[in-house]
Structures are given as structure tokens and as C-alpha cells.
Design a protein around this ligand. Sequence first.
Ligand SMILES: [Fe+2]
Ligand SMILES: [Fe+2]
Length: 264
Amino acid sequence: MVRDRRGQWFDPELVDLFATLEDDTTFQDSLALPDVGEQVAAAEPTAAVVLVDNPRLDRIAEAFAWVIDAKSPFTFRHSMRVARWSVDIGARLGLSPSALTRLRRAALLHDIGKLGVPNRILDHPGCLTDRDWKVVKRHPQHTYDILVQVPPFAEFASDASAHHERLDGNGYHRGRAGHTLTQTARILAVADNLDALLADRPYRPAVRPEAVVDILREGAGTAYCPICVDTGIVALAGWRAPSAEDRSDVSPLDQVPEPAITLS
Ligand SMILES: [Fe+2]
Ligand SMILES: [Fe+2]
């Protein structure tokens, strides 16, 4: 596969170097060692180490959001929009600028674990088999496992991976009880559902905003935090729903207003 993609996906020089490892059993065995992650980190040339400040951390989170969203046409710009809805809700709830920055990064990266779910499953039209559904339900666990290893993102790994949890404990992947879910996790759950419902999915068309409000209200107190639902509904009221005459190149879904607040 690597040879086939030489010059298209991959740098030819790197492909040729990679090919020299084909018969290197010592290298191949080393891939199964438990400390392979540390070995890779130790091999990184020190000259290539880049120190990042806060704006750069934001850009890294945004870049990963693009990668995550580009995996499937159905999730195009999903993470970016969840970040906007989350910050909108968080700002209305009076979160501090630093809490909003943290919330925004958690929202941008909440579905990073989806990179571990095959497209055969993500883009499947119709119902999933039990086995495939189990694979989908593991994506928040992958989100946690990835973020917890990145020091600046580890502090919100738990919140980001809780976006499919429910107050009544019937969510996934941990089935956490409501009182363990932080405000960040609660906001993310509402923002994630809000955006997912407003977008087309392989198994259903987009849900109308009025029906989204009903679904969120129905889940308030059992699935979602009622305060976050009420605030999400207020945020949704400021959003213009797609219309048949819409000829704009920008999808109305992407016209979620950028909240006028200062992050830090
Ligand atoms: Fe998710
Ligand atoms: Fe999501």
C-alpha cells in the first residue's frame, strides 16, 4: 500500500526509507513493545521541537477538528460547529474567558476518537449491526485515550469524552451518573446533539429546528442538563434555518453565529 501511494499520498523519499525496514525483524518486533510511544517520542529530533503558546494550541485544535470532520461527508464541519454552539451556550451561562477557551478546545476535539472508526461504519446508510454499533460507541473512549496523552489537552480529556453520557446514566461509553458530569460535559452533550440533529445523517435527513427544540426539551432532566437545554434553545433561536431558496455557497448549518466574546 505504501509503495502504491508513493508520490501521491506519501513523500517518495520516506517511502524508500520505509521500504528498507521490510526485512528488519528487530524493528518490526519493537513495534509490539509496551513503551513504543516513549521510544518514538525519544527519537524525535530536538531541533524539530516547537514550543507552543495559547493561540497556537487553538490552531492545533482547529487543525485536528478539520481532520476529524473531513473523515466523513456527514460530519463535515461538525466539530467546528459544536465548538461554536458550545461557546455560545457557555458565554450565555457566564463562563469565564479561560473556561470558554478550554470548552472550545474540548468541543473541537470531542470526536477525535472517530478517527478510529472505519468509514464503512460511519457512512453506512440505515441501521448498524450490533457489532458495528459497539465500534461506534467506543469512539469517546478513543477520544479520552488520545487527549489524555497530550499534556495541554489532558485536563479536558474526561469532559470531551463524556459528550454521549446522559444524566440518567444510560449514555456511553462509561454510563456515568449525572452528578459526575461537569458543566463542560453537559454543555458539550447539548451542543453535540443540537448540531447532529440539524445535519443530514446517512440514516435520516436533517431535523427541523422546531423538532430539535422538542427533542432537546423531551430529554431535559433525563438525558441532558435542563439549564444547558434552555440555553441551547435560546442560542438556536438566533440561528437562521436553511430555506429552499437558499443559494448561498455557505451551508446555512455553517452560519452558526461566532459569539462576540473574548477568549483567553
Ligand atoms: Fe461523538
Ligand atoms: Fe460529535
